[in-house]
Write a protein that binds this ligand. Structure first.
Ligand code: ZN
Length: 258
């Protein structure tokens, strides 16, 4: 495989992931919130844009598409079939596969953060572009779907092979790890992840991608079955919680006010 993955940092904490085929000099971008940033990068790299991959309709993920279509009117714009984003011209549903720059991505529907949220998973390259569903040590807010849907969507991602590399859209790692540490103060994997992320951010480095093996150890939202997480959630609401979904829901509301 000759593709490289490069993050373009835009706005306060977004990344536009650029998948570049260095032989063909072609690029696909995931969630281009800022079109001019992509065009500048393409020009500097001497690459052509060949596709846009949208995870969900929020404007910080889609706001640059119109600018990109002015320059590249014929490109594929992939996204969820139920997306309100009207610039999507290749609507996708769960189980679809697409070929982009010699990579094959399977589509996972992940309702919760929004109802149109999808992820792009390449089993060969062990890559997962997961938008605002899974973050390093965190997950997206539940805006349009139900807590149950978001919990199921995270479980769907965690059922992928554990060596999968996840590429979220936001640099939220330090804030997420601070919350993870509040939930599980004794978790040494969380402490190690904080040290690593602090080192990276102090040097202006990106903390992503993350790997599902790491998330299984540090991310409270995918650890709703772990005794320490269950205990922390129950202490938070001073109630006995009976299902993983109740634990998830308690953690998500706790994080919203953290
Ligand atoms: Zn979003």
């Amino acid at each position: 495989m000759t593709n490289t993955i490069t993050p373009l940092a835009v706005f306060d904490d977004n990344y536009i992931w650029c998948i570049a085929n260095t032989q063909q000099k072609k690029v696909a971008v995931v969630d281009p919130g800022d079109g001019l940033a992509v065009l500048d990068w393409l020009e500097a790299s001497n690459y052509q844009l060949s596709a846009v991959m949208v995870t969900h309709h929020h404007y910080d993920h889609t706001g640059g598409i119109a600018t990109l279509l002015e320059r590249y009117p014929d490109i594929a714009v992939f996204g969820g079939s139920n997306s309100p984003c009207e610039l999507i011209n290749r609507p996708l549903i769960e189980g679809d596969t697409i070929n982009v720059l010699e990579q094959t991505f399977s589509i996972l529907h992940l309702p919760g953060h929004t109802l149109d949220h999808i992820a792009y998973y390449d089993a060969n390259e062990q890559q997962l572009f997961c938008g605002d569903t899974l973050f390093l040590a965190g997950c997206g807010r539940v805006f349009e779907g139900t807590m149950e849907q978001m919990h199921l969507s995270l479980n769907k991602l965690m059922a992928l092979p554990e060596n999968t590399f996840a590429y979220p859209t936001h640099e939220y790692s330090l804030a997420n790890l601070a919350f993870a540490s509040a939930v599980e103060p004794e978790n040494s994997d969380i402490k190690a992840a904080i040290n690593k992320a602090q080192y990276q951010r102090q040097r202006g480095l990106i903390t992503l991608p993350t790997q599902l093996t790491q998330e299984a150890l540090i991310n409270p939202f995918v650890r709703c079955h772990m005794p320490d997480v269950i205990m922390a959630a129950q202490q938070r609401v001073e109630t006995k919680l009976h299902t993983q979904e109740q634990i998830f829901s308690t953690l998500r509301e706790w994080k919203n006010n953290f």
